[in-house]
Write a protein that binds this ligand. Structure first.
Ligand code: FES
Ligand SMILES: [Fe+2]
Length: 371
């Protein structure tokens, strides 16, 4: 038997990438003048909305003695720590007041910051930019700006519907992501009488190409792999339907399906919560079922089934992973997973060396598998 080469043995390293935007909470769960807890990349956060409805994110630990700030008071502008009443500006984290100071004590209050993170609302989610960690022991500094806005779902008309689904997965970010891009589990995990069974397995061939920070499954007429496809076929001739699927670091999967003037677009993210816990958020926008009374519900039902099947699978997988088994990635079905690990390694290497990232793919590639 041939030996597995090291690239086939590639195992998840579970490194969580900083310097990117991550989805923190669904926007409809973040209420004005209330404080919410969230966790991203093992960083505890307090998230809220100011009086005007603008979201903010601070590190959920008071710079005085570490009290979680979400336990404090919020007046729509400043957060007040529940331990000694220090007050912080919700947006930039700057300290506004320290009640214990006397008139002749000249501590420079405005030089103290609760760590703040760039925060934006986009397509129904509150996003937080997790910056590169500062030098150890430097304490909280002034807020940094994000280099670019939070990722947005591509839309192709002015009017559309938007819906989201979210599920916690008890596995590392790497298993969450390679599970998301894995074509071979479909017939086994996503069985349903109205969808497909394992007897429908057949050979497939798909073209992939490199894109900045990721790769694309090139525009093609879908087989039956994507959830909204069977519904879309009710609206347009099968051969007028095209779909592209992109994966982009650190965790973005964009799927776009177009059928004449109808379109369906989704942005799915897998967000590292802790080293061995992630969360999948699917947000979809579409203009196809706007006039059909049960369209959105039907779509949500289909997606909810899929996500629940994935979640349940990963829950079981976590049991198997607990004792660090040897793992392997095989061609061609696991090639996207290999690219993911290579992209991640190339990104980290570029950051370490301060050079431009070297993309692991040199050109278009055709992959074949049965699913
Ligand atoms: S711990 Fe927050 S004010 Fe002291
Ligand atoms: Fe799946």
């Amino acid at each position: 038997m041939p030996e597995l080469d090291t690239s086939q043995r590639q195992a998840p390293d579970c490194v969580m990438l900083t310097g990117f935007w991550y989805r923190a909470l669904p926007a409809d769960r973040v209420h004005r003048n209330r404080l919410h807890k969230a966790m991203l990349l093992e960083i505890p956060l307090v998230i809220g909305r100011d009086r005007a409805g603008r979201p903010f994110a601070l590190r959920d630990a008071c710079p005085h003695r570490g009290m979680p700030l979400h336990c404090g008071n919020f007046d729509g502008e400043n957060l007040e720590c529940s331990y000694h009443g220090w007050q912080f500006d919700a947006h930039n984290g700057q300290c506004q007041a320290i009640p214990s100071l006397t008139a002749d004590q000249n501590l420079k209050v405005d030089r103290i910051y609760a760590g703040s993170y760039p925060c934006e609302e986009q397509d129904g989610f509150v996003w937080v930019y997790v910056q590169e960690p500062g030098p150890a022991g430097a304490g909280f500094g002034k807020p940094e700006n994000a280099p670019d806005p939070a990722p947005e779902i591509e839309k192709f008309s002015g009017k559309y519907k938007l819906a989201y689904l979210t599920a916690d997965m008890p596995v590392s970010i790497d298993h969450g992501i390679i599970g998301l891009m894995d074509p071979a589990h479909g017939p086994f995990v996503h069985q349903a009488w109205w969808w497909r069974s394992r007897h429908s397995i057949h050979e497939k061939q798909k073209n992939f190409e490199p894109i900045p920070n990721g790769f694309r499954m090139s525009a093609h007429t879908p087989s039956s792999n994507s959830a909204p496809y069977k519904l879309l076929r009710l609206y347009a001739a099968a051969d007028s339907i095209t779909t592209t699927i992109d994966f982009v670091l650190p965790n973005l999967r964009r799927e776009t399906i177009r059928a004449g003037k109808y379109w369906f677009s989704s942005l799915t993210t897998v967000t590292p919560i802790t080293r061995n816990q992630c969360r999948i958020d699917v947000v979809a926008a579409w203009n196809i079922f706007r006039w059909l009374p049960f369209g959105p519900e039907l779509l949500k039902f289909v997606f909810a089934k899929f996500v629940e099947q994935d979640r349940r699978t990963m829950e079981l997988q976590a049991e198997g992973l607990r004792h660090n088994p040897h793992l392997m990635l095989i061609d061609d079905a696991d090639r996207p997973a290999k690219w993911y690990f290579q992209l991640k390694a190339a990104h980290l290497e570029a950051k370490r060396s301060g050079t431009e990232m070297k993309h692991p793919m040199t050109g278009p590639v055709t992959l074949k598998w049965r699913s």
